[in-house]
Design a protein around this ligand. Structure first.
Ligand code: ADP
Length: 375
């Protein structure tokens, strides 16, 4: 009988109850007065008022009709009072069941609107109001999590920006006070931090645009091999200087894909930057691509430090770093993969990571839709 718990049935049944009480009172009352006309309006006063002699046939019929009318009036009056009483009791009960939760919902939603995202409703029933309360609680939870993320973002961003700024300010103060000598390597260090700061602010701007869904992606027919080769060429000298081997493994039958070449390049650069960053000298980085109809799978695999499986579901979250102190030293802000994921999603693909564990290397794969030549 779960339907009985629904508000509309409760209201319907309460109205039905009032009508039933009216009928239950009305019928026996009418019966009672009909059987006891002397209690009704058989009063001769009525007859005498009409000026008809009580003994005449006309007077008899008039008397019967008056008595009936009066009986009905009394029965209706009593039933009316009974129904009124029942309606007051039932509506008090029903409105308490509706008004109280509504007051609580109003209070909680008002508190949420003021920014108190920890507020929750406590309605326990099983009707529509309880469903509304559940939805408000879900909304509150989402708002609370978003707020926590926002506060976390502000903390993270200010922390990330403070490190290079502190280094630059420290060197500059040292130079002004004459404690630090104006040597080329000092200027190089200051320059390095300034470049890192610039890079981070650009990445943050990109991230915020990506999270707001404002990254412009213009997919068109592209030949992936050309984009991959272009990116590999950019990393040639860096990998060589770090003692890394750079290889490619592209399937011969790679179909054209529907993607934005600049955005694909950006994804590959982010994955390659990580591979170079987290692979020690002597390691190998391989870029591969193969057709997996209706997608092409592209990936970067390295023989580097890898990661434990518990990190895999989180590394695409913003500011997530497996080894925070180490990543910070090497310049990672933990947003490269978040941006890559946004860019892949915006082009209709998927991205994921695999690793055989710490020291076992990592593989990052993403998909792009094959260009449909029939459309
Ligand atoms: P970061 O700028 O710190 O590299 P990312 O978002 O690109 O930020 O990566 C998030 C984290 O994922 C990194 O801090 C690192 O811990 C881990 N990671 C990413 N790529 C690799 C890789 N190729 N090998 C090992 N760990 C990686």
């Amino acid at each position: 009988m779960t339907w009985l718990r629904q508000l509309r049935w409760k209201l319907f049944l309460s109205h039905l109850l009032v009508i039933a009480i009216g009928l239950v009172i009305l019928l026996p009352t009418a019966q009672f007065f009909a059987n006891n006309p002397s209690l009704g309006a058989s009063d001769s006063s009525l007859l005498s008022e009409s000026g008809i002699p009580a003994s005449s046939p006309n007077a008899n019929s008039a008397s019967t009709s008056d008595a009936f009318q009066s009986t009905m009036e009394q029965a209706l009056l009593i039933a009316g009072f009974a129904v009124l009483g029942a309606a007051i009791v039932v509506s008090l009960f029903v409105s308490r069941r509706i008004v109280e939760p509504l007051q609580e919902l109003t209070l909680v939603s008002g508190r949420l609107a003021q920014g108190y995202y920890r507020e929750r409703t406590t309605i326990q029933s099983d009707d529509e109001l309880a469903h509304l309360s559940h939805s408000i609680n879900q909304l509150a939870e989402t708002l609370e999590k978003t707020e926590q993320r926002r506060l976390g973002l502000i903390t993270d961003v200010s922390h990330e920006l403070r490190i290079p700024l502190t280094v630059i300010a420290g060197y500059m103060e040292g130079l002004i006070d004459g404690v630090v000598q104006p040597e080329p390597q000092i200027f190089a260090m200051v320059h390095h931090e300034a470049v890192r700061l610039k890079w981070m602010t650009e990445e943050l701007a990109l991230l915020s645009r990506a999270e707001a869904g404002q990254l412009r992606v213009e997919p068109r027919l592209i030949v992936l091999a050309m984009v991959i080769e272009r990116v590999m060429a950019q990393f040639q000298s860096q990998t060589a200087s770090q003692g890394l081997t750079l290889e490619s493994n592209l399937a011969n039958d790679l179909p054209p894909v529907l993607a934005d070449p600049d955005r694909v390049e950006q994804i590959l650069i982010n994955l390659m930057t990580n591979a170079v960053q987290y692979t020690p000298s002597g390691g190998t980085i391989t870029v591969f691509a193969r057709s997996l109809d209706p997608f092409v799978e592209v990936g970067v695999t390295d023989t580097g430090m890898g990661m434990a499986s518990e990190h895999l579901p989180h590394i695409f979250e913003r500011f997530y770093r497996v080894d925070k102190s180490r990543a910070r030293q090497s310049g990672g802000a933990g947003i490269g993969l978040t941006i890559a994921r946004h860019l892949v999603y915006a082009q209709g693909g998927e991205i994921w990571a695999e690793s055989a564990g710490p020291g076992g290397g990592s593989t990052f794969r993403f998909t792009l839709p094959i260009y449909d030549t029939t459309s």
